[in-house]
Design a protein around this ligand. Structure first.
Ligand SMILES: [Zn+2]
Length: 465
C-alpha cells in the first residue's frame, strides 16, 4: 500500500534560496516532502489534493531545531530567580533537582517540557544528557534507563530527538591537570572512564547510522574540558566516528574554565579540543563565549558548529560570545534553549543579533535569514538530521506556521514577514506544527498532550515537592 499523500497550502512560506513566497502548495508522502510549489492560489489547488488540504494562514517555516537542551532544568524556571537570583542560587537548585529525579518523574517532566517545545515550534531537540545513574552513582538494571526515558518522552510529545549522551567524569580540573573526583549529586553523572562511557552508550542499541528509530538518533557529548580529562576524550571521539554521530561539547561558557585549562594544559579549552580531535564538521561547541587568541580561527577553520544559547547566557551572566566572528570564520551557528529559562527560539535567534549590537555599539550584523537558518537547516544538521530543516522536495516533512494576526505581528507584509517573525514573534504565535508529515500542533493545541500547562505543573510539583 502506498503511503498517503498530504498537502498543505501556506499563505506565505520561507523557501531555501527563494525567500518568502506566497500561496505555497506543499505536498508530502509519508515523512518526506514530494513537491513544493509557490504561487498556487487556493482556487488553483488540483482537485485531487483538495479533500485533505490543510490551510496554513501566516508564515510557514521549516521545523525548528533546539540544538541544546537540558530538559530537567525546566523545573528551575523562576525558582532560581528568587531573591537576587545569584549564580549560587541557580547551581544549588539545579543540583537539588538533579539529585531528586527518578525514571518516572523524569519521564513526566521531559514529556511535558518537550510538549512545551512542540508548542513553540520545535520539531527536533538535542538533549545533552548526563543524568545517567542512580543518586550515588549505582546503575539502574538497564544502565541506559534514563536515556531511554528521554527518548520515550520525545516520542510521547511527538518530536524528533538526538540523544547527546554525555561523558561526564570529573568534578573539575586541578592546576596540575589532575581531575577532581565527582562528589555528591555529580556521582550519578559518571561512567568511571571514557571506555566505560562508550560501553554503556553502545548499549543504547543504535544502528550503524546512529538511528534508534524514525524519530530518534544518538549523538555523543563531552561535558566540557573541565569534566573530561583529555586522555578520556578519545573513546568518545572514536564512538562518535563509528556511528557517524554528532559530537557536542560545552566550551568556554565562563572565564573560570579558561583559567583552569590554561593552568592545567597551558592551552585554552578550544586548543585542547582542537588538539584532541574533537572539532570538525560533525562537532558542535556550545556557548563559545570567552574565546581568545586563535580560538575563533580554530573553530571556524575546522567548520565546527557553534551553538548559542543567549537567554541562558544572559540569565547566568555568562557574557556575550563572538557570534559574528565565529560565523565569518566558518562556523555554522545553531540555537539552544539550554537551561529552559525560556523556551522560545525566536527569542534566542534575535538575541544573537541584539547581543552583537549591545557589545559593539553598532547595528546590522546578521540578516533575519541567517538567524532563521541557525534555528532550522544548520540546527538540524548539527544534530545529525541534514535532510531536515528545509521546505523542499525530498526533505523530511517538518513545518511550523507562525500566525501573523497577533498584536505583536499585526501589520506585517510579505516583504517584512521573515524579519518580523525573527525580531518580534514569540513562541505563543506558533499555530501549527507538522513532524514527519503528521500534524502535531493544530491551532495552537498539542494533539498528543491535551493540557500541556497542567502536565508541566504536575511534573514540576512532583520534582520540587
Ligand atoms: Zn548546557
Amino acid at each position: 500500500m502506498n503511503a498517503p499523500v498530504r498537502a498543505w497550502h501556506a499563505e506565505l512560506a520561507w523557501l531555501p534560496g527563494h525567500g518568502v513566497r506566497p500561496d505555497v502548495l506543499i505536498e508530502a508522502t509519508g515523512d518526506r516532502f514530494t513537491a513544493v510549489t509557490p504561487d498556487v492560489p487556493a482556487a488553483g489547488v488540483p482537485d485531487g489534493l483538495r479533500a485533505g488540504l490543510t490551510r496554513l494562514p501566516g508564515l510557514t517555516l521549516p521545523g525548528l531545531a533546539n540544538a541544546h537542551s537540558h530538559a530537567f532544568h525546566r523545573a528551575l524556571r523562576g525558582a532560581t530567580q528568587v531573591g537576587l537570583g545569584t549564580f549560587w542560587t541557580w547551581r544549588e537548585r539545579m543540583y537539588q533537582v538533579a539529585a531528586s529525579l527518578d525514571p518516572d518523574t523524569y519521564l513526566a517532566l521531559a514529556r511535558a517540557v518537550y510538549a512545551e517545545m512542540a508548542l513553540a515550534g520545535v520539531t527536533c531537540v538535542g538533549e545533552f544528557h548526563y543524568l545517567h545513574h542512580r543518586p550515588g552513582g549505582t546503575r539502574y538494571a538497564d544502565p541506559n534507563e534514563m536515556g531511554r526515558v528521554l527518548i520515550a518522552a520525545a516520542a510521547q510529545a511527538g518530536l524528533r530527538i538526538t540523544l547527546l549522551d554525555t561523558c561526564y567524569l570529573s568534578g573539575g580540573l586541578g592546576p596540575d591537570g589532575e581531575p577532581e573526583p565527582l562528589v555528591g549529586p555529580q556521582l550519578r553523572f559518571g561512567d568511571h572512564d571514557g571506555e566505560g562511557w562508550a560501553a554503556r552508550a553502545d548499549g543504547l542499541g543504535a544502528d550503524e547510522h546512529g538511528l534508534l528509530g524514525p524519530l530518534a538518533r544518538v549523538g555523543a557529548a563531552i561535558h566540557s574540558v573541565r569534566a573530561v580529562p583529555v586522555a578520556q576524550m578519545h573513546p568518545v571521539i572514536a564512538w562518535a566516528q563509528r556511528y557517524g554521530a554528532p559530537l557536542h561539547v560545552h566550551l568556554s561558557e565562563q572565564r573560570a574554565e579558561n583559567e583552569a585549562s590554561l593552568a592545567a594544559y597551558r592551552r585554552t579549552p578550544t586548543e585542547v579540543l582542537y588538539d584532541a580531535g574533537v572539532l570538525g564538521p560533525r562537532g558542535t561547541v556550545v556557548h563559545a563565549t570567552h574565546l581568545v587568541g586563535r580560538d575563533v580561527d580554530l573553530l571556524g577553520g575546522s567548520r565546527t558548529y557553534a551553538c548559542l544559547c543567549p537567554t541562558t547566557e544572559a540569565d547566568l551572566a555568562d557574557g556575550i560570545g563572538p557570534a559574528r566572528a565565529l560565523a565569518t570564520a566558518g562556523c555554522p551557528l545553531t540555537l539552544g534553549s539550554d537551561s529552559q529559562a525560556v523556551i522560545d527560539l525566536f527569542e534566542e535567534a534575535r538575541r544573537v543579533e541584539l547581543g552583537e549590537r549591545l557589545a559593539s555599539g553598532q547595528r546590522g550584523h546578521f540578516r533575519a535569514g541567517e538567524l532563521a537558518r541557525a534555528g532550522t537547516t544548520d540546527g538540524h544538521a548539527s544534530l545529525g538530521w541534514p535532510d531536515a530543516g528545509e521546505i523542499a522536495a525530498g526533505a523530511i516533512a517538518d513545518l511550523v506556521t507562525v500566525g501573523l494576526d497577533s498584536p505583536r505581528l499585526a501589520g506585517v507584509t510579505r516583504t517584512t514577514a521573515l524579519a518580523s517573525v525573527v525580531f518580534a514573534a514569540s513562541a505563543a504565535d506558533v499555530r501549527n506544527v507538522v513532524v514527519g508529515g503528521q500534524d502535531l500542533v493544530r491551532d495552537g493545541r498539542h494533539l498528543l498532550i491535551e493540557d500541556v500547562p497542567a502536565a508541566l505543573t504536575a511534573a514540576i510539583r512532583a520534582v520540587l515537592g
